[in-house]
Design a protein around this ligand. Structure first.
Ligand SMILES: [Zn+2]
Length: 230
């Protein structure tokens, strides 16, 4: 018998804590930046770099604990769990795999949308997928989603690039950013800027998008599909 892909969700003071949320004990230790001479040329690196760990998708990521200790900090997203969730299509709420939760192999995505704007074809996102039953829980408890949300079933999720901090090649000063998220979006095709980026989010594009408005119906379909697969 296969284990259910829907994992138990951690609660804090009666509120579900998304799997990708950062916790206060997961502080990033100081990591001195330096110029790194490696595959693909010169770029940003750590003074004591361990490239197989610190570089994923050919870009530098902060090294950080993943202990879920202390208390949840709902305003932060844990860079490592976000990347794992996005690259393996794990549920952002419970951390379980989403691919086997539907018979048609499409994946559910859920984003905050206070203005009611739907998810568009080809849209870029840093929000990993979600099970239907976990999405229902999220829209009930997550304050940004309670102000409005949009959901869609998505056929393909090709990786696009990363969001992160961009550094000046000579001074290693952080370059200013106009985006309110405080992060630069850098495509994997933009090798010149990618070399000077410290990535904190993996971004994908959503292709083959079908809008979803009834999460209850979707959750029923999901439990039906799971019953068949178990
Ligand atoms: Zn889930």
């Amino acid at each position: 018998m296969t284990a259910s892909p829907i994992r138990p969700i951690t609660y804090w003071d009666g509120t579900p804590v998304p799997w990708i949320t950062g916790w206060t004990a997961e502080t990033i230790p100081p990591q001195t930046l330096t110029v790194h001479h490696g595959r693909g040329g010169t770029g940003l690196g750590f003074l004591e770099e361990d490239s197989p760990t610190d570089r994923q998708h050919d870009v530098l990521w902060p090294r950080m604990p993943a202990t879920r200790g202390g208390r949840p900090d709902f305003a932060t997203v844990h860079a490592l769990r976000q990347r794992q969730a996005m690259s393996r299509l794990l549920c952002q709420m419970c951390g379980g795999p989403t691919l086997c939760s539907r018979s048609d192999e499409r994946t559910l995505f859920l984003v905050g949308s206070a203005g009611g704007r739907p998810i568009e074809e080809g849209e870029r996102t840093d929000a990993p997928p979600v099970h239907a039953v976990c999405a229902r829980l999220a829209v009930e408890h997550c304050p940004p989603l309670r102000r409005g949300w949009a959901a869609a079933l998505v056929s393909y999720t090709p990786v696009w690039g990363v969001a992160g901090l961009l550094y000046h090649p000579q001074t290693l000063d952080q370059l200013p950013v106009a985006d309110p998220s405080g992060m630069h979006h850098v495509a994997f095709t933009d090798g010149r800027r990618l070399r000077w980026t410290l990535a904190v989010r993996l971004l994908v594009t959503l292709e083959g998008v079908t809008a979803v408005t009834d999460l209850d119906l979707l959750a029923e379909e999901e439990s039906g599909a799971l019953r068949l697969s178990l």
